[in-house]
Design a protein. Structure first.
Length: 114
């Protein structure tokens, strides 16, 4: 079964992509999608990966990610499943992906100007 990850940009654009199985490829993928070194933020049943220097870099607020994490988040983010006991990030299973997409829709609707 192929797992996925979700990216959410500060402009509200988001996408779903396949999560690689190789840990090195995962690290590279996170750095590229976040545009820097990363840290994690708990987001309920998921892991949110953020730029660890986002505040120092004065990155733009990510309204959708902030809603999902229930705390202020800046910069682009990646959402995966939980991290296993060995510290490896797990991709999102189909049901988890559905939950994340539902949360994105919820927080997109809440940020509309009308």
């Amino acid at each position: 079964m192929s797992t996925k990850f979700v990216t959410i940009d500060t402009d509200g654009a988001w996408s779903v992509k396949p999560w690689p199985k190789n840990a090195s490829a995962q690290d590279d993928l996170l750095r590229v999608n976040i545009n820097g070194w990363f840290a994690t933020v708990g987001a309920g049943e998921f892991t949110m990966w953020i730029d660890d220097e986002g505040l120092f870099k004065n990155l733009k607020a990510n309204i959708i990610a902030s809603g999902i994490a229930r705390q202020p988040i800046v910069g682009n983010v990646v959402i995966t499943g939980k991290v296993d006991a060995a510290g490896n990030a797990l991709g999102l299973k189909a049901t988890e992906l559905d939950q994340v997409v539902g949360l994105i829709a919820q927080y997109q609707a809440e940020t509309l100007p009308f």
